[in-house]
Design a protein around this ligand. Structure first.
Ligand SMILES: Nc1ncnc2c1ncn2[C@@H]1O[C@H](COP(=O)(O)OP(=O)(O)OP(=O)(O)O)[C@@H](O)[C@H]1O
Length: 340
């Protein structure tokens, strides 16, 4: 649905040229929640501005639903942008207007009839959980409520794409989770494509289907969230995965412990449906061996749980091979991290 082909953006002030986005290729499917993660200066904001035509790429093209946004101008671009809306980190609400008036504003500009605006505002207020607060002004709202207004306003013209620019970065952890739940609910209910940029892996873990990791203007890693979490390839991705504390491997599993043990230590990695299987129980019954759980952790994502378990067992070579084959058969990755 959204395709970025060989996108580069170079800012050139005449003296120095700065490559903010460096040859990025991405494909985002209809109905996905797609996360773009990177540290400050990685090029995320520039990339998201290229998606809604606020910036023109130096090279490459951005197509949304087959329309080349990067080449669109004037009225064509204005029309296209009505279908690409945005939620901002600092809400960008009109402070002298009430909740209802803020939500209605973009519909008034688009020339929607009054009665329709009224009905749509009522619908949106309910959807984002602000019933009863219609006449409040932004200054009377909490951060989370302000962002709910921001989301309702962004949905007013039934967009095809919702862009979220660090939409939860100004919120406390509890409010962040509530806003993420709201975005997930909207995505699942309306199959709305959401592209979000963030520097927090928690946001990606909680709601994204896929993620692209940006560093120095480049996408250095891209994939399904579960895959990236379980097999982060690049050092920067590993750092981001460690941000989500339950998954900070080095902090929680003492490999020294394994060195003192006789026998074998196997690290099991399981995702999605395989997390529901009583693996240890089944292996114990099948082989009659006592499996000792050294360490385990689970992390919840929008696509289910994924987890890792470190098991210690004293087994023969043949038993070990059979155990590994059984694990593979159950879609569980088994890695021998100590063989003795
Ligand atoms: N209009 C501009 N003119 C010149 N340089 C720019 C412009 N916009 C962004 N840059 C530069 O491009 C690089 C990428 O910036 P960008 O804002 O896209 O990164 P970011 O990942 O969104 O970081 P942050 O979260 O801090 O905004 C930075 O070095 C920034 O200084």
């Amino acid at each position: 649905m959204i395709v970025l082909r060989n996108i580069s953006k170079i800012f050139d002030n005449g003296k120095v040229a700065l490559t903010a986005v460096d040859n990025v290729n991405l494909a985002i499917e209809q109905g996905q929640i797609y996360g773009i993660i990177g540290y400050s200066g990685a090029g995320k904001s520039t990339l998201i501005r290229l998606l809604n035509g606020l910036e023109k790429p130096t090279t490459g093209s951005v197509t949304i639903n087959g329309q080349d946004i990067s080449a669109a101008k004037g009225e064509t671009l204005r029309q296209a942008r009505l279908k690409i809306s945005m939620v901002f980190q600092h809400f960008n609400l009109l402070w002298s207007r009430t909740v209802s008036e803020n939500i209605a504003f973009s519909m008034q500009i688009a020339g929607v009839p009054k009665a329709k605006i009224k009905a749509r505002v009522t619908e949106l207020v309910e959807l984002v959980g602000l019933k009863g607060r219609e006449q409040a002004y932004p200054s009377q709202l909490s951060g989370g409520q302000k962002q709910r207004v921001g989301i309702a306003r962004a949905l007013a013209n039934n967009p095809d794409v919702l862009l979220c620019d660090e939409a939860t970065s100004a919120l406390d952890p509890q409010t962040t989770d509530q806003i993420l739940d709201l975005l997930l609910d909207i995505n699942r209910r309306f199959k709305l494509t959401i592209v979000l940029i963030t520097h927090e892996m928690h946001v990606v873990r909680k709601i994204c289907d896929r993620v692209a990791v940006m560093e120095n203007g480049k996408v250095v890693e891209e994939g399904e969230v579960l895959q990236v979490f379980t097999h982060p390839q690049q050092p920067i991705t590993q750092q981001f995965v460690r941000q989500v504390s339950q998954y900070a491997e080095e902090e929680t599993f003492n490999t020294e412990l394994a060195n003192d043990l006789e026998g074998t230590v196997i690290k099991l990695t399981f995702t999605g449906h395989s997390t529901h299987k009583p693996v240890v129980g089944e292996l114990t019954l099948r082989y009659g061996l006592p499996f000792n759980i050294l360490h385990g952790k689970m992390t919840q994502t929008a696509h289910g749980v994924f987890g890792q378990l470190w098991l210690h067992v004293v087994a023969t070579e043949e038993q070990l091979n059979n155990i590994l084959a059984d694990l593979q058969h159950s879609d569980i990755e088994g890695e021998v991290i100590k063989h003795g």
